[in-house]
Design a protein around this ligand. Sequence first.
Ligand SMILES: *[C@@H]1O[C@H](CO)[C@@H](O)[C@H](O)[C@H]1NC(C)=O
Ligand SMILES: *[C@@H]1O[C@H](CO)[C@@H](O)[C@H](O)[C@H]1NC(C)=O
Ligand SMILES: *[C@@H]1O[C@H](CO)[C@@H](O)[C@H](O)[C@H]1NC(C)=O
Ligand SMILES: *[C@@H]1O[C@H](CO)[C@@H](O)[C@H](O)[C@H]1NC(C)=O
Ligand SMILES: *[C@@H]1O[C@H](CO)[C@@H](O)[C@H](O)[C@H]1NC(C)=O
Ligand SMILES: *[C@@H]1O[C@H](CO)[C@@H](O)[C@H](O)[C@H]1NC(C)=O
Length: 310
Amino acid sequence: MFSYFIFLVASSVTFLRTHQVSSQGSSCTENPVFTPSALVVKYGDPANVTCVACQKDCSGDASGLEHTVGKVSQNGTTMFWTVDRLTEWGISLQCYYNNDAGNQCTSILNPTLYQLPESVSISFVNHTEMMFENQQYTLQCSVQNVAPVEKLNVTFYRGNTALGHLQSNSEQKKPVNKTFTLNITPRREDDGAQYWCESKLELRPAGPQRPPVVTSEKLPAIVHYGPELNEPPNPDVITITEGDTLHLNCSSVGNPSPSYTWTLPLNSSPSYSGSVLTIKSVGFEHEGQHICTVSNTVGTVTKEFNIDVQ
Ligand SMILES: *[C@@H]1O[C@H](CO)[C@@H](O)[C@H](O)[C@H]1NC(C)=O
Ligand SMILES: *[C@@H]1O[C@H](CO)[C@@H](O)[C@H](O)[C@H]1NC(C)=O
Ligand SMILES: *[C@@H]1O[C@H](CO)[C@@H](O)[C@H](O)[C@H]1NC(C)=O
Ligand SMILES: *[C@@H]1O[C@H](CO)[C@@H](O)[C@H](O)[C@H]1NC(C)=O
Ligand SMILES: *[C@@H]1O[C@H](CO)[C@@H](O)[C@H](O)[C@H]1NC(C)=O
Ligand SMILES: *[C@@H]1O[C@H](CO)[C@@H](O)[C@H](O)[C@H]1NC(C)=O
């Protein structure tokens, strides 16, 4: 009941406005209506749209639908545009109606023609093959022959983790090649992770409800770091009784795996290259400084053990 009342009021307001406008002859009370109101078409696909140029007060004479491709059939003020294969970029359909007052009322529909990327690939800028922890590198995602680029949403991933979303502000309707970049600063945990990118065309609501996606290949990351000593620094002097067993632990982390070199007191034992030096039975010849040098391609660290035998 209440809504019916609203409807009556609204209709009479419309009537009044219509009357005023037509007497002034300055604008349109009703514009042509396209159904559907937006059109998203895949390159080469068929398409169609209906335009009702005038629904009420259709006493004017001319109506039409201007088009550069496709065919139009007309029935009264209703027009039906159809094309078998849409391959023209950036087209525009103009539906118009000339009303009593001599105004041309026009609605424009710009169909979105889209094309999935021909290829999507990921690489490092300047072909970096090797990365070092805590340094900055630039990943690039190259998307080829995609349209319209303004609907493209590119996401960089490390494994399953999204690192960032990027978009283009270009309004180019035709297919373009576009490169997106992202700076990364790898951590040691990222060693062995895989970087990849995903390009997604966001064509909703008029386009596919599940946005079409093209992904790149996976790019493995090798992160070099270290070496770093695992253990807290030693006490300055390790005091041990003659005949006891001694373990000197110099094990450290790094990528690539570090190598160990021990510098021992003269005459104490043959050269050794393990991470833990074990002396089964300590003698006085073991007294003195034991230096462990740990190195890999990234760097070198040393650890000192001073042994006092009693
Ligand atoms: C018009 O387009 C719609 C949506 O693509 C399609 O389902 C329909 O069959 C088409 N109609 C004609 C007559 O081509
Ligand atoms: C034109 O539209 C009228 C009314 O909607 C309908 O009765 C008639 O069949 C249509 N003519 C054609 C050729 O489609
Ligand atoms: C890539 O290398 C070129 C020339 O060697 C240099 O000018 C450019 O700054 C480098 N770009 C990056 C992101 O490191
Ligand atoms: C881009 O895609 C991501 C991941 O699917 C999404 O979270 C984000 O909202 C999208 N951005 C836009 C602007 O559509
Ligand atoms: C995109 O790149 C491909 C391959 O490099 C090239 O053949 C094509 O012409 C480029 N397209 C545009 C629009 O620049
Ligand atoms: C040496 O130290 C590392 C790191 O603390 C530890 O994992 C390893 O078990 C130790 N080795 C020996 C033989 O004690």
